[in-house]
Design a protein around this ligand. Structure first.
Ligand code: SF4
Ligand code: SF4
Length: 143
């Protein structure tokens, strides 16, 4: 999910104009992204002349810290060593499952991308770009 660094936004409106689903609005002359509308297409990253549209990866350290805080808070509910060990094992299982979901999703995205390239190289017909954003949106909204 992209986000806009307010300090860097000059309110030029380019991202608002280019967003295909009208997910970007203005608040006090600074753009912000409505995450319920955003389909994560990434176009706003490319068009912002100020590099004010930032990528989620910058939030990784904060999200890791949030996860650790969450685990530490829950850990307080367990008294014995064996209870704590069992809880930590469950947490590791949980995060390993999350990692597997992401890994397999990335593998499948690579396959989609390969098929897409093959399809494009085989046809001279009108580009399917017109239908792609809609199916992409459905895919994202279905999550
Ligand atoms: S990522 Fe795409 S849908 Fe989301 S705000 Fe940017 S341009 Fe709009
Ligand atoms: S394109 Fe960049 S600078 Fe212009 S309104 Fe959007 S975020 Fe702000």
């Amino acid at each position: 999910m992209p986000w806009i660094k307010k300090e860097d936004c000059i309110g030029c409106g380019i991202c608002v104009e280019k967003c295909s689903v009208d997910a970007i609005e203005f608040d006090d002359e600074k753009a912000y992204i409505n995450e319920n509308e955003c389909i994560r297409c990434g176009v706003c990253h490319d068009v912002c002349p100020q590099d004010a549209v930032r990528h989620d990866s910058e939030r990784i350290p904060f999200e890791v810290e949030d996860n650790i805080q969450w685990v530490q808070n829950l850990l307080k509910n367990y008294n014995t060593e064996s209870e704590k060990d069992a809880f930590i094992a469950r947490m590791k299982k949980h995060f390993n499952k999350e990692m597997t979901v992401i890994k397999k999703t990335l593998e499948k995205i690579d396959l989609i991308s390969e098929k897409w390239m093959q399809w494009q190289s085989k046809t001279d017909e009108t580009s399917p770009c017109l239908s792609f954003p809609l199916s992409f949106k459905i895919l994202i909204k279905a999550r």
